[in-house]
Design a protein around this ligand. Sequence first.
Ligand SMILES: [Zn+2]
Ligand SMILES: [Zn+2]
Length: 290
Amino acid sequence: MYTDIFDKRRAKVGLHQHTTRSDGALSPLEMAELYRESGYDAVAITDHWVYSPVEDFIGIRSLGGAEYHVGYRDAGEGIFHILCLFADREPALVREGATAQGIIDAIHEAGGLAVLAHPAWSLNSLSMVAALRDLDGVEIFNTVSKWTGRADASVLLDIYATAGLYLPVFAADDFHRNMGRNAISPTAFLMIEAEDTQPTTLREAIRAGRFYASTGPEIHVRREGNEIVVDCTPVSRVEFFTNNVVTAGRVLEGEGMTHASYKICAYERFVRVAVTDAAGNTAWSSFIPL
Ligand SMILES: [Zn+2]
Ligand SMILES: [Zn+2]
């Protein structure tokens, strides 16, 4: 567990990992140990169409979960990969004939959160995502998708938000293996404001929006009157993303910045913030509707 710059307790959590239960190379224990060594407090084992329950390994909790999907190769036919996180039980799902909405609904019936994974990898258009009801979040960054050049879904999420769709922002590794051509090591995580790593504690903190996504820095964003205020660990770039594409002051660069603010314009409907440190690691806030 960690203490942030505002003295709040936080859990560092990886919410998208694959193991030998589907197409991952490491056993659940090996994967959990890898993440424990990188300072994670909990990980979710989210194998393809295989539900894992909560398991406690030495020094790290596996939160369980699964990744359910429809579609295969052609993005034009609609590819949706949906994470099941923090469910109380296995969702009642059958792969044959499954639909994206059916997956979301079944995850909710099992008490879980349904998060849209890697929308950039899947090329999920606004109309595809807007047709889905009740998603609990979306990955803005998916580490393993860097191998196909689409790790960062920021622009897609801003297009969704410009249409009024403000999905909470997640980042995760989608870890499959740590050797060979697609090698990745623990990189992305959520920092969830919580006193422990009980699934129910983390689930309610996420539902309440008490988390941010990151590959390194801390980010804390709030609205103060007509301004959006950011506090963070030292960064070299602060970016305010809104539906306003032109206004000056949306991107700030400097050395060791720990505080920044942005004056809201009359026609802006949302703001989200990203900060990037000198090493190139980024933290992302969720959307603040205005
Ligand atoms: Zn996937
Ligand atoms: Zn995955």
